[in-house]
Write a protein that binds this ligand. Structure first.
Ligand SMILES: C[S@@+](CC[C@H](N)C(=O)[O-])C[C@H]1O[C@@H](n2cnc3c(N)ncnc32)[C@H](O)[C@@H]1O
Length: 446
């Protein structure tokens, strides 16, 4: 929705408050017209507002304005205090995860904090403090002093084990690593044009006191590996990360080359490199049954994926254990697809991964990178830019890697091999992910 122009003399805070009011009014009137509930903290509230794309934009604008208004009204000192305060938010969320607090409460139940602490086998005083902190962040509700009940967020956590896994991975894998990012910078060395650091010299390594890269840490701990894979699967259901966006944003059907004779079946192979449990591959072959997708990942990930692959995907999705630092075994595929894989690796490692493809590539093969694309400065609100920059810092903490701009993706692929030629760049709507497509060799396009 277009906001009313305000006079240049209107103070910025009032401009922002007006925008918030206008956008919120549009959203509420849509919800009302469609018989949908107003946003609330009550259990059973949908995980996200069910809005059409135009109102998604309104929601984004309202949140961006709210963030700026909050910072302006707090003033620099208050804003700093708020930043510091956020450092403790994950403590109470972590306690919710560790003690499975959401599962200890019945949906319509109100219990005393004493009773909840007993159900959690936790110290009453400490648990009471953590729970009351969680209440201030709307993670739980306080129906009366000393009482606790479910909120919209805690019911969601109780009902979705992968979401619980994701919180666990954030609190126990990523958060300790983030706290060690800055001390880990001492390990970086001057690599000439760009300083470099290894994937085993990260915040994660300092936090763990180990020198193995994150994915090797996972390989040594089946439960942590399961939790991380579950968290990755959960991410695929989050707004902007669903396979649907990448399915619609790219012409997968164009990869299918018709056979020469009528009895020759039209088909093409897509290799989903680092494809984890195959969530994307299943969605892709559901939509394009003429495609054959080979999902490649570490052996432990593939053996778990085998147990979970839906029956309808048999014959359309092949699961293959493959280390992408070794030569690509699928020769002559139509496309090699990397979805949220290369952002886990520093540039020099991405170059090594991409070069492993080269002997397998036939002219015209596509390299499709479906990954975070940092927008150019000023293209989005700082609030929205912060969401993707948070991910960038997470990459630094876990892998000494980074999120990249489209130009950085293009430069990186050129560094791997100049025979990869840029073919298209797609910015997926309402998603921090883009699709950057390259074509191999001089051959005319299909
Ligand atoms: C961030 S996850 C992305 C998974 C999936 N593409 C998605 O979109 O959810 C990165 C994947 O790379 C896999 N991986 C890491 N190192 C690998 C290696 N050396 N060879 C193959 N896969 C690897 C991990 O097991 C993990 O499944």
């Amino acid at each position: 929705m277009a906001t009313e122009p305000s006079s240049p003399s209107t103070p910025r805070t009032v401009q922002l408050a007006t925008q918030i009011l206008q956008h919120t009014t549009s959203i509420e009137s849509f919800l009302q017209k469609n018989g949908l509930p107003s946003p609330s903290f009550a259990p059973g509230t949908p995980p996200k507002l069910p809005l059409p794309p135009a109102l998604e934009a309104s929601l984004g604008a309202a949140l961006g304005a709210l963030d700026e208004l909050n910072a302006l009204l707090l003033g620099p000192m208050g804003w700093l205090l708020q930043q510091v305060g956020h450092a403790y938010d994950l403590c109470s969320l972590h306690a919710m995860y560790r003690y499975k607090v959401p599962s200890q409460l019945g949906v319509d139940e109100t219990v005393s904090i004493t009773e909840l602490a007993a159900r959690c086998h936790a110290d009453e005083d400490v648990m009471g403090r953590l729970v009351q902190h969680a209440m201030t962040n709307y993670l739980l509700l306080r129906p009366a002093p000393g009482q606790v009940a479910h909120s919209a967020t805690s019911t969601l956590l109780a009902s979705a084990p992968p979401l619980h896994d994701w919180i666990g991975s954030v609190c126990e894998d990523m958060w300790p690593a983030a706290a060690h990012v800055v001390p880990a910078l001492a390990k970086w060395r001057d690599g000439g044009e760009e300083p470099t650091a290894e994937p085993n010299q990260t915040g994660h390594n300092l936090a763990e006191g180990s020198d193995v890269p994150f994915f090797d840490t996972l390989a040594r701990s089946p439960e942590r590996a399961r939790r991380f894979a579950s968290a990755m699967g959960m991410m695929q259901t989050m707004p902007g990360f669903e396979p649907a966006a990448a399915l619609e944003g790219y012409d997968w059907g164009a990869l299918v080359v018709p056979g020469n004779s009528t009895d020759e079946k039209a088909t093409a192979t897509v290799v989903d490199v680092g494809g984890s449990a195959g969530t994307f591959a299943v969605a892709l072959t559901d939509k394009h049954p003429d495609l054959h997708v080979v999902v490649q990942d570490a052996a432990a990930v593939i053996s778990k994926a085998r147990a979970e692959l839906p029956e309808r995907s048999t014959g359309k999705v092949t699961l293959q254990s493959h280390d992408f630092f070794t030569p690509q075994p699928v020769v002559g595929a139509g496309a090699y697809f990397f979805r949220m894989v290369l952002h886990d690796w520093p540039d020099a490692y991405c170059v090594r991964i991409l070069r492993q493809l080269v002997p397998a590539l036939h002219p015209g093969a596509r390299l499709v990178i479906n990954d975070f694309c940092i927008p150019p400065p000023g293209q989005t609100s700082l609030y929205h830019e912060r969401q993707i920059r948070d991910k960038d810092i997470a990459m630094l903490a876990m892998f000494n890697s980074k999120e990249r701009t489209v130009d950085e993706w293009i430069a990186l692929v050129a560094k791997a091999d100049v025979r990869f030629r840029l073919r298209s760049v797609v910015h997926l709507p309402a998603s921090p992910l883009g699709l950057v497509e390259f074509i191999w060799g001089e051959e005319q396009e299909r």
